[in-house]
Design a protein around this ligand. Structure first.
Ligand SMILES: Cc1cc2nc3c(=O)[nH]c(=O)nc-3n(C[C@H](O)[C@H](O)[C@H](O)COP(=O)(O)O)c2cc1C
Length: 206
């Protein structure tokens, strides 16, 4: 089946000089359009042997420095980031025929920042973070449920503290690319590349 893309064209004159503000504009439009999980993004990491892996994580903050997500510091992604902080993010907003790619390097958020976010999470999510040894093999679902119950008992009637093995990562972008689907495969693509304190913008062939 052939699919036609017919989003609003993206012109050079439409672009914000700051790609993070351009991202915010598109993100707000994805939210306003009611797209499901507009903050879901694919995070790609690379292992020491050069093998890439990708998985979905949720964007939890977009601040002047970059894009923040939260995860387990012992997970596969975290281990790969520890060995190679260069990652890629991908947002796909099909209802708007749009894609945003981000390439950059990751830094860990401070414990204070991670704690502030963790304290805002629903209690069950907090307990789930404690109960899961993310990315490690596990014998059965029952083992996970037992760990969850033990965690519930351990923190009964108490605030659930930030696990020492859990927290935020901030992707500091070096390059962002905006893709707007158009008819006849004549899509619009613009890439921003960091050049010192400024961003250089180029149109790419689709
Ligand atoms: C919609 C969606 C959102 C997710 N959000 C997160 C997230 O914010 N943080 C996280 O650690 N895992 C999240 N996951 C699970 C990850 O995709 C992944 O399974 C997990 O982090 C383990 O990845 P790893 O073994 O490659 O480290 C999400 C999955 C989906 C489908």
């Amino acid at each position: 089946m052939r699919r036609e893309y017919h989003g609003r064209p993206l012109r050079r004159a439409d672009l914000d000089a700051d790609p993070l503000l351009q991202f915010d504009r598109w993100f707000c439009e994805a939210v306003a359009a009611g797209l499901p999980d507009p903050n879901a993004m694919t995070l790609a990491t690379v292992a020491g042997d050069g093998q890439p892996s990708s998985r979905t994580v949720l964007l939890k903050a977009r601040d002047p420095a970059g894009f923040v997500f939260y995860t387990n510091h012992d997970s596969r992604k975290a281990r790969e980031i520890a060995g190679n902080p260069r990652v890629a993010l991908l947002f796909f907003w099909p209802g708007l025929f749009r894609q945003v790619q981000v390439r950059g390097a990751v830094t860990r958020c401070s414990v204070e920042e991670s704690r502030a976010y963790f304290q805002c999470r629903p209690r069950d999510s907090q307990l789930g973070a404690w109960a899961s040894h993310q990315s490690m093999p596990i014998g059965s679902r029952a083992v996970l449920e037992t760990r969850f119950a033990e965690t519930q008992a351990r923190f009964a009637d108490a605030e659930v503290p930030l696990p020492p093995f859990w927290g935020g990562y901030r992707v500091i972008p070096q390059q962002l690319e905006f893709w707007q689907g158009q008819e006849s495969r004549l899509h619009d693509r613009f890439v921003y590349t960091r050049a010192g304190s400024r961003w250089q913008i180029e149109r790419l062939s689709p």
